[in-house]
Write a new protein. Structure first.
Length: 255
């Protein structure tokens, strides 16, 4: 039986409300033993805490996502620090920079990202990082602040950018995009990267793989990601599952 970890799934999302328990059962049937659930903002923290309390395989991460910058308030930074000090958490996330959407305020994104990185460093938690059209700045910011570890989720950068992250001790989260044949650059990176820097993810309910295009994504679909990565690397699914679950356990302190 495979033992898998989904290192990034927003299973607190309202789209799962009608069948959340069935979704968990499908995940268990697929071999998932751990699911990391990152927050998008202060309003989602309590719901994630409750969800993870009620489901042993779900592990909470708390932070403020850059896409929802208009929902964040300066006082949420102090609230985040206090929340992390008083609630179980495996990471600070989802945090980062998003320069793909032109309507998002760049300076506010930078301020929230840097403050959350400092919180993660001070509390000694890994970070779950969103980097879209901002990989070089995300990497340089994390290097400047220092003392950090974590994962850049849904990595879509170049081999050179990936190598910089590996040198810093960071992981790459790989999900549905790698299943699309057109993703040749990403596929080459995944085929040759150090397996100790690889994490599997779904980003559910978003980023479904090629076999589930147009559908709501969910953790059980990580099998599609696993199979494609296994083929790209010429390694067995069991070997990839074991290595990536070990990586997740070590990074997030799941044991």
């Amino acid at each position: 039986m495979l033992e898998l970890t989904d290192s990034h799934a927003h299973i607190d999302d309202a789209s799962f409300a009608p069948d959340r328990e069935a979704m968990f059962q499908r995940a268990r049937d697929a071999g998932l033993r751990h699911i990391i659930v990152p927050a998008i903002g202060q309003a989602s923290w309590q719901g994630i805490a409750t969800l993870c309390t009620n489901h042993a395989e779900a592990h909470p991460a708390y932070g403020m996502h850059p896409i929802y910058i208009d929902q964040h308030r300066p006082e949420h930074i102090d609230e985040l620090r206090h929340w992390l000090q008083t609630h179980r958490a495996v990471a600070v996330g989802e945090i980062g920079l998003d320069y793909f959407l032109p309507e998002l305020d760049v300076e506010r994104q930078r301020e929230y990202f840097q403050q959350q990185l400092r919180i993660a460093r001070d509390i000694d938690l890994p970070v779950i990082v969103h980097a879209r059209k901002a990989m070089d700045e995300v990497t340089s910011t994390m290097r400047r602040i220092g003392g950090l570890r974590g994962v850049v989720h849904s990595f879509s950068g170049s081999l050179q950018q990936a190598k910089r992250l590996w040198e810093m001790g960071f992981h790459l989260g790989i999900g549905g995009p790698v299943t699309h044949e057109r993703a040749q650059r990403l596929r080459h990176i995944v085929a040759t990267m150090p397996v100790e820097r690889l994490l599997l993810e779904t980003d559910a309910p978003d980023q479904p793989g090629a076999c589930h295009r147009g559908e709501r994504n969910e953790p059980a679909n990580i099998i599609e990601v696993l199979d494609v990565i296994s083929q790209l690397r010429g390694e067995s699914p069991e070997a990839i599952a074991s290595a990536t679950t070990r990586n997740a356990r070590e990074l997030f302190g799941l044991d």
